[in-house]
Design a protein around this ligand. Structure first.
Ligand SMILES: Cc1cc2nc3c(=O)[nH]c(=O)nc-3n(C[C@H](O)[C@H](O)[C@H](O)COP(=O)(O)OP(=O)(O)OC[C@H]3O[C@@H](n4cnc5c(N)ncnc54)[C@H](O)[C@@H]3O)c2cc1C
Ligand code: SF4
Length: 502
């Protein structure tokens, strides 16, 4: 009998496993594989092969499509830390308005996560050229990001997203999960939780090798922490049939996620290389209801080995949009110089191509959290048909247009704003939002689900992106981990009390 079974090894699960393992018998279950440097996919073909599906159930990444939304996530030891940029950012205090806890309540946990993850700023960031451009465009708003990267090992290939083959990224398998393994956590990799059932003294978990056709085996645990990511946890709770309140699957956020380009501007990037996203402008504004909100515009690079493809894709997209009569106003006169630069991108003479004057902006912002979960045969998806009309997306588009007036170039907007297209997000949040009571949320501030029949579901916690209440406006990993640290601290107390009880 395990004291605690943790499902999922992303930012929530890794923290819980690391902190509980020295105090309790802990089982950690992860559906995905342990991807190590050298094994991550290379090129488009490699990415296609690593896709998780019926042919490859322990694949690295997957996508789910809802009405108006597309969501990408990873399935791996370390969750999405295996494929992310490792940006570690704390939200503005106003992001916690309406939460059952404040930024001050979370401050010690933010500090603890920060110390464990060891994030730091890119010492070479100043040479990349993005900082100077952001200073010109948004004086005083620039922030230097911190990433969980060993900068002396990083060769600036810019391929952090499919995974770092140089071993430069300090993903969770090198931080929290290494602590958990050292402390004796029992790990079941490539194993998925299929079913969760209440038992007299806790829960029974039906586990099975990922993708196998067997019935699996039942494992008992006194307590269960669901940390399978926002969509994974919604799937598991939905399948469990446990009664949950009216907020279950409601008011989900995409964290204002977007990707836009300022193409072929008058400013040049220094060097035509990729790099992790290391600098941003943190913009604050007031919405129609007088609420303060954040939009973070992060300046990134096209990965080195995707440059030809991206150059061709951006140039083609602009021509298509112009041919359809859209964005004609944004289209620059097709001078010989512009065509020469586009051609240079295609033949790989990067230093003088259009991409050497193109800024890639990853957007995170406080959206209105108006997504709704829908449960399909393939798992939970988020429906939010008019995401592109969310004020944060409009604000981002307006800013980019203003920037194009200042430094030239064409705005290639986020795909969500293009006709017939959907949003593409890597930050699904909520669905089991934190709340004061059943009328306000799905779980309390310590991740314990409310039971509509009264009280809380005993022995059950949720500790991942699904409990984040609304949009953070900055990349979410630090907040998810800080919430999990706070939950872990309470669980340690609970386990100790249970052991001391006669
Ligand atoms: C491409 C990309 C780039 C990103 N960049 C950043 C960034 O730079 N900074 C940042 O802060 N955030 C970033 N994010 C977002 C961040 O990584 C996620 O918000 C975070 O990982 C969510 O943590 P989590 O604990 O909720 O779940 P996850 O990290 O999603 O982990 C959940 C884990 O649970 C496992 N699981 C699911 N179902 C089951 C089951 N039934 N049984 C067993 N295991 C299961 C999954 O395989 C997965 O490994 C990025 C995300 C992506 C995809
Ligand atoms: S830029 Fe390349 S080397 Fe550096 S952390 Fe990202 S993937 Fe690794």
């Amino acid at each position: 009998m395990y004291d605690v079974a943790v499902i999922g090894s992303g930012y929530g699960g890794a923290v819980i496993a690391a902190r509980l393992a020295p105090h309790a018998r802990v089982l950690l279950v992860e559906r995905g594989a342990w991807w190590r440097p050298g094994q991550f996919p290379e090129g488009l073909l490699g990415l296609a092969r690593a896709h998780m599906g019926a042919h490859n159930p322990a694949g690295l990444w997957a996508m789910r499509l809802g009405a108006g939304t597309g969501l990408a996530f990873a399935s791996a030891f370390g969750g999405s830390s295996a494929v992310n940029y490792g940006i570690t950012a704390q939200p503005d205090d106003h992001a916690f308005a309406g939460w059952p806890l404040t930024a001050a309540d979370l401050a010690p946990w933010f500090a603890r996560v920060h110390a464990t993850l060891g994030a730091s700023a890119d010492p070479r960031a100043e040479r990349l050229g993005d900082q100077q451009v952001l200073d010109e465009l948004e004086p005083g708003a620039r922030v230097d990001l911190e990433n969980t990267i060993d900068w002396d090992r990083c060769d600036q290939c810019g391929r952090c997203v499919p995974g770092c083959n140089r071993g430069a990224k300090r993903s969770l398998d090198r931080t929290y999960l290494a602590l958990a393994l050292d402390a004796g956590v029992e790990l079941r990799l490539r194993t998925e939780l299929l079913e969760l059932a209440r038992a007299r003294d806790g829960y029974r978990l039906r586990l099975r090798a990922t993708g196998a056709v067997s019935a699996g085996d039942w494992v008992p645990a006194r307590r269960v922490v669901l940390a399978a990511g926002a969509l994974g946890t919604l799937d598991l709770l939905h399948r469990s049939g446990l009664p949950l309140g009216p907020w279950f699957g409601q008011r989900m956020s995409l964290n204002g996620d977007g990707l836009a380009f300022l193409y072929d501007t008058r400013r040049r990037l220094s060097g035509h290389s990729g790099a992790p996203i290391s600098t941003a402008a943190r913009l604050r504004f007031t919405d129609d209801l007088g609420q303060p909100r954040t939009l973070m515009v992060m300046s990134g690079r096209v990965p080195r080995d995707a440059m030809r493809f991206t150059g061709a894709a951006l140039a083609t997209l602009l021509e298509l949009l112009a041919a359809r009569g859209e964005r004609r106003r944004d289209r620059p006169a097709p001078t010989p110089g512009r065509w020469r630069r586009r051609l240079r991108d295609l033949v790989g003479v990067g230093e003088h191509g259009a991409l050497s004057r193109t800024f890639m902006y990853k957007l995170d912002g406080q959206d209105g959290a108006r997504g709704t979960a829908r449960f399909t045969g393939g798992g939970a998806v988020i429906d939010w048909p008019d995401y592109a009309r969310d004020p944060i997306m409009q604000l981002a588009a307006a800013r980019l247009r203003r920037w194009a007036e200042q430094i030239g170039g064409v705005v290639v907007p986020d795909v969500a704003t293009l006709p017939g297209m959907r949003s593409f997000s890597v930050h699904p949040l909520g669905g089991c939002r934190l709340g004061r009571d059943l009328g306000d949320g799905v779980v309390d501030d310590l991740g314990r689900p409310f039971d509509p029949r009264g009280g809380l579901h005993p022995g059950l916690r949720v500790a991942d992106g699904s409990i984040v209440r609304g949009s953070l406006g900055v990349p979410p990993s630090l907040t998810i981990a800080a919430l999990a640290e706070r939950i872990a601290d309470d669980l340690i107390r609970e386990v100790a009390q249970a052991r001391a009880a006669p």
